[in-house]
Design a protein around this ligand. Structure first.
Ligand SMILES: Nc1ncnc2c1ncn2[C@@H]1O[C@H](COP(=O)(O)OP(=O)(O)O)[C@@H](O)[C@H]1O
Ligand SMILES: O=C(CO)[C@@H](O)[C@H](O)COP(=O)(O)O
Length: 463
């Protein structure tokens, strides 16, 4: 029987997830996952091993094409033989924060960066990691010949490490040296960051077959994980996707590049030829894990506790910047519970404040999109944290938007599978994802009250 399925991969921060999908209607027929090592620098070969393990488990004898989406921004630096010169620095590694500030100054300020590439560098952006490496590890930098992103590197290895790697505009737009505004690389900015040039992958077009695996599977261009999710979901006008994974992201498709000089909105490209304005926080699903851990309960009981408290947690507020923060740009920040009193010190309030604090961080993201003229009238929740009943219940009130929690699904991997089907068939498939009912905002005063108190803590007016 001729191979008939497509495979989609999400190589995310915490795990590799693989879906085998029927290209005629997008039905998932098999899936597998493998964990990744902890930490903000990782040997990329661990991702390869995770991918090989997951592909071995799902089996690819009946698969005709594959696409890989991956965590954005990670710096995979390779030597002339194509070997990593050091562990990859990930999007959530904040050591290059001073380098981001230096690069902003060197180009003439935040506005100059926003105009040049669509995004003002923060520590997540690949260019700042190149600067850090050239400054802090010159002997390592000396050996580097090329730089790739996680999905580029995996795609290249799947193709048998040919001469010349590929990327796509969605992921390239998170490097700081590819411009969403012009649709071209800015080798001058790469050189400014690293002190000299490096080989970069060719930017493939959305429906392109970029290579073949040794077994003959067609390989699509792949993309960044958020662009992958956008490809799977296809948010409609006014709909914003909110992904609660290791990162919290808020994004939607847009018809033109954004150039936010405040740095809050990253002006990324999507995987279709359009644009994907996005805000990303460093603190999302793991905040919930920390809250549950503090209380010594599983997620189900944590949700029960959070839903057992009143809105506003009787004045207890969590500033959720546990791992430093990217949006707003506070790489050295820490998390804080504020306003603890004898009267409000209950397990319920601690759980509630944790969920509200995490959601308030995302609500700030929605505001940032609105400030760029990107409409946001409805939120679509995805990612591991969206499986929390407390998150699903409290999100409409805290965000102040009607919320639809999409059915639990690996949307990033599904988007990668969609791209693989596109490359295989020569046109984008017409699949749509199942939509659930929307939870409306029942009391708008809750959002105002909870967010006002949160803003006091965030902006230092309440300590
Ligand atoms: N029911 C739940 N409640 C809260 N958090 C959850 C729940 N289920 C999974 N998570 C969290 O979701 C995260 C994984 O989500 P995922 O979107 O796969 O992340 P990533 O793409 O960053 O690897 C983990 O931190 C996990 O603890
Ligand atoms: O840095 C960003 C977006 O700019 C993150 O969204 C990463 O792409 C990682 O995503 P997850 O692994 O948390 O899904």
């Amino acid at each position: 029987m001729a191979p008939s399925y497509v495979a989609g991969v999400d190589s995310s921060t915490q795990a590799t997830k693989v879906l085998v999908v029927d290209p005629s209607d997008g039905t998932v027929v098999r899936e597998a996952r493998r964990p990744h090592p902890e930490g903000t620098e990782v040997d990329p070969r661990a991702w390869w091993d995770a991918l090989a393990g997951a592909l071995g488990e799902v089996g690819t004898d009946d698969v005709a094409a594959i696409g890989v989406a991956g965590q954005q921004h990670g710096m995979v630096l390779l030597d002339a033989d194509g070997q990593p010169v050091r562990d990859a620095l990930l999007w959530n590694d904040t050591r290059s924060a001073p380098d981001a500030r230096a690069l902003i100054d060197e180009l003439g300020g935040a506005e100059a960066w926003a105009e040049a590439v669509g995004t003002v560098p923060v520590a997540s952006i690949t260019a700042t990691k190149l600067r850090w490496t050239s400054r802090a590890e010159p002997e390592v930098a000396e050996r580097a010949q090329s730089v790739m992103l996680p999905h580029d590197w995996l795609t290249w290895r799947l193709a048998g490490s040919p001469d010349g790697a590929t990327t796509d505009r969605g992921d390239a737009s998170g490097t700081g040296y590819w411009s969403t505004v012009t649709g071209e690389y800015r080798p001058d900015l790469l050189e400014m960051a690293f002190g000299r040039g490096l080989d970069v992958p060719r930017v493939a077009s959305p429906g392109e077959v970029v290579g073949r695996t040794p077994d003959g599977l067609a390989i699509s261009a792949g993309t960044g994980d958020n662009a992958g999710a956008a490809l799977a979901i296809g948010p409609g006008p006014g709909e914003v996707v909110i992904s609660i994974g290791t990162s919290g992201t808020v994004f939607t498709g847009h018809d033109r590049p954004t150039t936010d000089a405040s740095g809050l909105v990253a002006g990324f490209a999507d995987a279709r030829g359009g644009y994907l304005p996005l805000i990303a926080t460093l603190n999302a699903a793991r905040v919930l894990g920390v809250g549950a851990g503090l209380l010594g309960v599983e997620f189900e009981e944590f949700d029960e506790l959070a839903l057992g408290a009143a809105p506003g947690a009787d004045g207890l507020v969590l500033l959720p910047y546990l791992d430093g923060e990217r949006t707003p740009d506070r790489p050295d920040a820490q998390g804080r519970y504020v306003g603890l009193t004898t009267a409000n010190a209950t397990r319920e309030n601690l759980a509630r404040a944790t969920v509200e604090g995490m959601l308030c961080g995302l609500a700030d993201g929605v505001d940032a999109l609105l400030a760029q003229g990107v409409p946001a009238r409805r939120a679509l929740l995805i990612g591991g944290g969206s499986r929390s009943r407390a998150v699903a219940t409290l999100a409409p009130e805290v965000l102040g938007l009607p919320v639809e929690v999409l059915a639990p699904q690996e949307y990033v991997a599904l988007g990668a599978a969609r791209q693989a089907a596109w490359a295989l068939q020569g046109e984008e498939p017409g699949w749509t994802v199942a939509r659930e009912s929307t939870r409306d905002v029942t009391d708008t005063s809750i959002s105002e009250q909870v967010r006002a108190r949160y803003a006091d803590v965030r902006d230092g007016r309440a300590r």
